[in-house]
Design a protein around this ligand. Structure first.
Ligand SMILES: C[S@@+](CC[C@H](N)C(=O)[O-])C[C@H]1O[C@@H](n2cnc3c(N)ncnc32)[C@H](O)[C@@H]1O
Length: 288
């Protein structure tokens, strides 16, 4: 069940994040968190959480950034992690067992009635690009911040600058053909790739001092290109194309071989490291 006020808002995303996709995030939680570990470090540099602060983690999924925020704010602070995915939040709850300063709730960031002005920080690791009406969603999130409170999130920059997406996607397209094009700003991983669009949303929602810092971070892959390729095909954008076409085992093997060959270029002494182009976004609620 979605949250009581849902009334069809973000219905497609509620369905998507409660489908088999969420099971993939649950089954691969350790691996995904390892892959995003350096990105998370950078997000926390920007958020600069202080002991005692009250934080909302939007789209917290299986919980990595919410758990880390709870450690950063300590026993005098509090974290509210919200998400629309039951399976992902269930795992987050298991991981958070015994943590008194972390609450996890099924709630939609666009419409949830937050305790007004009761939080110091809104943060998100890849959880805010899926709103049907982003300006309305961020205006709603803003109500949760105290005057002067901070927003800090990370999202993907342009897909073309992200080999993690393009390698497996292009391999799937070579073998199966182009999928139906989706509008670049449609809810999805790269909806916030354009700096000007993100600024327009945040300014329109009432935030001040909005800044988009586009940086490169390394994604931590597996030890080998083969292992990373299998994971990339399973969870990346190629998985949507494969789901659509249900290709033969031979075609899947051919896609896999292409991805493995290209990922080989990213093998380092520490295993596969894929550079990711990311937008680290910060803003504030104006102080009186
Ligand atoms: C790409 S996943 C990231 C999950 C988690 N933050 C992480 O980094 O592991 C996006 C998350 O946003 C959640 N989400 C999507 N739309 C949402 C909404 N309107 N309100 C709250 N959560 C949402 C999804 O259910 C999913 O858990």
């Amino acid at each position: 069940m979605a949250e009581p006020r849902q009334n069809g808002v973000n219905a497609a995303q509620v369905e998507y994040w409660n489908s088999a996709t969420s099971e993939k995030w649950v089954d691969n939680q350790e691996r995904l968190d390892r892959q995003l570990s350096l990105v998370t470090d950078r997000l926390f540099d920007y958020a600069a959480i202080q002991p005692g602060e009250r934080i909302i983690d939007v789209g917290c999924g299986t919980g990595a950034s919410a758990l880390r925020a709870a450690q950063a704010t300590g026993p005098d602070g509090h974290v509210l992690g919200i998400d629309i995915s039951h399976a992902m939040l269930d795992l987050a709850r298991k991981r958070a067992a015994g943590m008194a300063n972390l609450t996890l709730e099924i709630a939609d960031g666009q419409i949830h009635e937050f305790a007004a002005g009761a939080h110091d920080v809104l943060q998100s690791r890849f959880g805010v690009m899926f709103f049907q009406d982003p300006t309305a969603a961020f205006a709603n999130l803003l109500t949760a911040l105290r005057p002067g409170g901070r927003l800090s999130f990370v999202c993907w920059a342009t897909m073309a600058d992200n080999p993690w997406f393009t390698i497996s996607r292009n391999a799937a397209i070579r073998h199966l053909g182009e999928p139906e094009p989706t509008p670049p700003r449609a809810p999805g991983p790269t909806a916030f790739a354009e700096t000007a669009y993100v600024m327009e949303i945040l300014n329109g929602a009432g935030f001040v001092d909005a800044t988009v810092n586009t940086e490169t971070c390394q994604l931590v892959g597996a030890d080998t290109a083969a292992d990373t390729a299998a994971f990339s095909i399973n969870v990346g954008p190629a998985s949507r194309i494969l789901k659509l076409h249900q290709p033969s085992a031979e075609t899947v093997a051919a896609i896999y071989a292409d991805v493995e060959a290209e990922l080989g270029a990213y093998l380092t002494n520490d295993g596969i490291r894929v550079p990711a182009r990311l937008n680290f976004v910060t803003a504030r609620r104006s102080a009186p």
